[in-house]
Write a protein of this length. Structure first.
Lengths: 319, 296, 382
């Protein structure tokens, strides 16, 4: 250690050392250049094109777009009641889906990180990753087969007299809700698991030693420390869910349609690029807006929780 | 303290708290839920019927017909080639970016991080609708013929998200690493290139490998962007399934999907094996992969 | 003396593993070169065709006998890849967005779209010398008002629109479009589907109210809009053009479909009598689907060979037997009867019904109709 620290200061008389030091610092950020160029060419410029289109219009029935007259009309059209209801429906499905994922994932992650013996953790983690590595579309099709009114689930439920007719879940919003919760559940479990695994068991012991019950330990120690995982998980689930195109297409039929399909339809059949671009920009804004609002809310909640906790501990010491 | 702990432990083991039992049940149910549609697909891949949804009998007909279907085999080939290309591109771009972000961050670093985050949070549908007109503009209006080749389009489209992922993984790995080894090499008059290949690269090897494998598997799964930008004849596998969804689903799709799942598992097992030899344990195994994936 | 252990601590064991940096870099480079070469060689065709002797067809779902396709490959060589779409706007959108880089050789537009596509520069003018089998087609399907002289298209088949319903759920007899719209609101609520075509959906309303399907009267269109959005939208379960899978798996109670798809679905259903096809009494849409060659097709010669191959009477009969549509070849009806084709009532339209069918046309009201269809999709199935 000391030898290296000694070497850190340039020793006089060795003119080569400053040169080597210079070479260590020379290519300032050169490595980041390729990816920056790549992203500029294939992400920023195309997205800029989309924003550009969103200010245009559809000149004729068979022409996709024109930009000689710029206006915000397409945004007005995208916010019209007919299309806005789909935005609202998408937001509902996304928020509900995120909350349900959290509710299912937190106990699972807690179980994996805290309750399971270490030798089982790797296996269970691998088991969770296997469905995640299966093709997204294929697992959604698995639900399409299962939920079909003539399928085995429907027949079993009818035989067990749990339903009085064929299962009418497929091609409704409920099916889409189920599908998105299923598809994004691993993305909620993993960050929660990572956060909870980092939880030092000594902290839990300390809390109990200070007289805390299981519940108060959970509330004052576990949850605040797992907040980064909760935030990461909610972000990882909410963002792709808002733009999900596959799940509503496979499971939703007419009623489960979400914004992703609406945007796609403008490009794939309606040939109204201007409107589709406006919808895409609105979608991005909706995602950012909701994330910012929820992020701020969580920060506020976290601050309150920390304040409440720090107020209680000194009292306990005195007791 | 330790005495009471060792005495109280056996007591806890004999009496499983109802809370723990409940958590066990919840965990098992969760796993069952996660595996349910996968099992359904695997079971239905042995369907001898004409359509996937109607189960008519057990047999391996679907596997035979899937292997003999030129469209399916072509789609799988395209997917694999695209995934390999994406892995190469993403690993190259991401590794250098990750190193630059940790070792030599400059004024541009926060901007690049925001950009990479933006790439990761953009919904696929938005990327899809922006890339297709762009590729057409580049390829047809501006005459760069390379952008009319399906494989090129697919690799470019998939590499954006993948390179962002690799960047974060490499960056996560490198932030934990002290720079003193590279400085030592510099003091020993090693030129920058030798420093990179002999010191840096071996140290971040687990991160690079896991990043490459992640890029590979992410690319195999990419459906939405690929369906927009793909060119006929270079249809990747998920796009083929998506198209069949509109017409009619056959059991050979389930059969080939099962085979692809097995392939993915093998790739991941290989990854786990390679990563397990990482002695520092930080970048190793599934947990390391996970934390690198999500701990951005 | 103590230098040895320090160095050992400094250098991770990673360096000792079998995967040295050389092999890692070399492997990566090899992978990269290999992928690049594979990508280049596999896309040697101009539009990115998978092999230089292939054929890419962009058509409707389940619209060709798979045996015919394999026979063609066996007889002539080119391997065929099929991609499908559910509506003409979808096909047109894809072709016009890509400006000739889709890589498709053949597409199958409905008659009403041919002129629009030709004007938009999406189709190649046909060289009839390469299609000698065109002489096999009946005069009725040649030199049509929508494509005089067959400059851009050749008849693939023609048919009409109607619907099927599940007789185990709907106990009464349905015979008209009015019945269709009524059942959609009652027994089949939440279990019915429309075709993915904005015109076909509009025609269900127009026919049931005795209005000409090609109307441009704003009052009619406004009435259609309020009816479809208020009365029908909440009951729609799906928009689906390739309906045979739903019919054969008894997935829905009431399905808006074309006659050939209905036949395919009914024949494949384990209970062939469960679904009943209806030729609506008021009349319906008459359409003709055509082969056309996409502008910028990478395998034009293979495209001509395929179209010519399918126009052969024997091959055409095979196609008809599978897809269930009249292919317009001379004498095909007699040949089909002789070959004992199943459910000829669904394939060959009687004169009585023919007299009530009307060809759809592109009208000035198209934009509005498309807009209403988009609104319907947004409002559907709440």
């Amino acid at each position: 250690m000391t030898t290296l620290e000694g070497r850190a200061a340039p020793t006089p008389g060795t003119a080569d050392v400053p040169a080597a030091r210079r070479r260590l610092r020379a290519p300032k950020g050169l490595g980041a250049l390729p990816i920056s160029v790549w992203i500029l060419l294939f992400f920023i410029l195309p997205f800029g094109l989309v924003v550009w289109y969103s200010f245009g219009y559809k000149p004729g029935l068979y022409v996709t777009h024109a930009n000689d007259v710029l206006s915000l009309d397409r945004y007005g059209q995208a916010a019209s009641p007919a299309f806005f209801s789909i935005f609202v429906r998408t937001l509902k499905i996304a928020v509900t889906g995120t909350v349900i994922c959290l509710a299912i994932a937190f106990p699972m992650a807690y179980w994996m990180a805290v309750k399971l013996a270490p030798k089982w953790r790797g296996i269970v983690l691998a088991l969770i990753l296997i469905p995640y590595w299966t093709n997204f579309l294929v697992r959604t099709i698995g639900w399409q087969i299962s939920l079909s009114p003539e399928g085995f689930v429907s027949k079993t439920l009818q035989w067990a007299h749990l339903t009085d007719g064929p299962l009418h879940v497929l091609y409704t919003s409920a099916a889409v809700q189920l599908g998105v919760v299923y598809n994004y559940l691993p993305l909620m479990i993993l960050p929660l698991y990572v956060a909870l695994e980092r939880l030092d068991p000594k902290l839990l012991e300390a809390s109990r030693d200070l007289g805390g019950t299981v519940w108060s330990t959970f509330w004052h120690v576990t949850i605040p420390l797992s907040m980064p995982g909760v935030t990461a998980g909610m972000l990882l689930v909410f963002v792709p869910l808002m733009g999900d195109y596959i799940t509503p297409t496979v499971l939703g039929g007419a009623s489960g349609s979400m914004v992703g399909q609406m945007v796609a339809a403008q490009f794939q059949s309606a040939q109204n690029w201007a409107l589709g671009s406006a919808m895409a920009v609105l979608l991005m804004l909706a995602i950012f807006g909701t994330s910012a609002v929820v992020g701020a809310a969580l920060k506020v909640v976290g601050a309150i929780a920390t304040a409440a906790t720090s107020l209680k501990l000194p009292l306990k010491e005195n007791a | 303290m330790t005495d009471t702990a060792s005495v109280s432990k056996p007591v806890r083991r004999r009496r499983i708290r109802p809370g723990d039992a409940l958590l066990n049940v919840w965990g098992m149910l969760g796993l069952l839920f996660l595996f349910f549609p996968i099992v359904v697909i695997v079971v239905f891949s042995f369907n001898t019927g004409r359509t996937l949804q109607m189960f008519e009998g057990f047999g391996v007909d679907a596997y035979v017909s899937a292997m003999n279907n030129p469209a399916i085999v072509n789609a799988i080939t395209v997917s694999l080639i695209t995934a390999a290309g994406t892995a190469v591109v993403a690993t190259l771009l991401g590794t250098f970016a990750g190193i630059a972000l940790t070792r030599r961050p400059g004024w541009w670093a926060p901007g690049l991080l925001v950009l990479l985050g933006l790439v990761m949070v953009t919904p696929e549908i938005v990327s899809a609708i922006s890339l297709l007109p762009w590729f057409v503009t580049l390829g047809v209006d501006w005459g760069f013929d390379a952008f009319n080749i399906g494989q090129v389009r697919l690799i470019i489209a998939n590499s954006l998200f993948a390179s962002a992922v690799v960047t974060f993984i490499v960056r996560a790995r490198m932030t934990g690493m002290n720079e003193f080894l590279e400085e030592a090499a510099a003091d020993l008059y090693a030129p920058p290139f030798r420093r990179f290949t002999d010191i840096t690269l071996p140290l971040i090897r687990p991160a690079v490998i896991s990043g490459a494998l992640l890029a590979f598997t992410l690319s195999l799964d990419n459906t939405v962007v690929s369906s927009f930008v793909s060119v006929a004849g270079s249809t990747p596998w998920p796009v083929y399934i998506f198209a069949s969804l509109k017409a009619s689903l056959r059991p050979d799709i389930a059969a080939m999907s099962t085979l692809m799942l097995v392939l993915t598992l093998i790739v991941l097992a290989v990854a786990a094996l390679i990563l397990r030899r990482d002695p520092t344990g930080e970048g190793g195994g599934a947990a390391g992969l996970t934390s690198a994936m999500v701990g951005r | 003396m103590t230098q040895q252990p320090h160095i050992r601590a400094l250098i991770p064991e990673a360096l000792k593993s079998s995967l040295t940096r050389r092999s890692f870099l070399g492997g990566t480079a090899a992978l990269g070169v290999g992928a690049f070469l594979a990508a280049c060689s596999s896309s040697s065709g101009g539009g990115g065709g998978a092999s230089s002797d292939g054929l890419n067809i962009y058509t409707w779902g389940e619209y060709d006998d798979p045996a015919v396709l394999t026979d063609f490959t066996a007889a002539k060589g080119p391997k065929i890849t099929l991609d499908s779409y559910g509506s003409n706007p979808e096909m047109i959108a894809k072709l016009s967005a890509a400006k000739g880089t889709t890589g498709y050789d053949i597409c199958v537009p409905t008659h009403s779209s041919v002129q629009q596509m030709a004007t938009g520069g999406l189709l190649t003018e046909l060289d009839h010398s390469k299609l000698p089998n065109m002489k096999n087609l009946t005069p009725k399907v040649l030199n049509t008002p929508f494509d005089p002289g067959n400059k851009y298209s050749v008849c693939k088949d023609w048919g009409s629109t109607g619907y099927v319903y599940d007789t185990t759920v709907i106990k009464r007899d349905l015979t008209s479009w009015a019945d269709f719209l009524d059942a959609a609101q009652k027994e089949a609520s939440g279990s019915m589907s429309f075709l993915e075509d904005q015109g076909e959906v509009a025609f269900t309303y127009f026919w049931s109210n005795g209005i000409d399907e090609n109307t441009t009267d704003p009052a009619h269109i406004a009435a259609y809009r309020s009816f479809i959005l208020d009365k029908i939208a909440p009951h729609v379960q799906a928009f689906e053009s390739s309906t045979n899978a739903s019919i054969s798996s008894s997935a829905r109670t009431l399905i808006h479909c074309w006659n050939g798809d209905a036949r395919l679905g009914i024949l494949a259903n384990p209970e062939p009598d469960r679904y009943k096809w209806v030729w609506p009494s008021e009349g319906a849409n008459l359409w003709q689907d055509n082969w056309a060659i996409v502008k910028g097709a990478p395998h034009e010669d293979a495209a001509y060979e395929f179209i010519n191959y399918v126009l052969d009477p024997a091959v055409s009969l095979k196609e008809l037997t599978y897809i269930g549509y009249n292919t317009g070849i001379q004498g095909i009806e007699d040949a089909a009867k002789k070959a004992d084709v199943k459910r000829p009532d669904l394939v060959f339209i009687s004169d009585a019904i023919m007299s009530k069918l009307v060809y759809s046309q592109m009208t000035s009201a198209d934009g509005t109709i498309i807009g209403i269809y988009d609104e319907l999709k947004a409002a559907a199935g709440k």
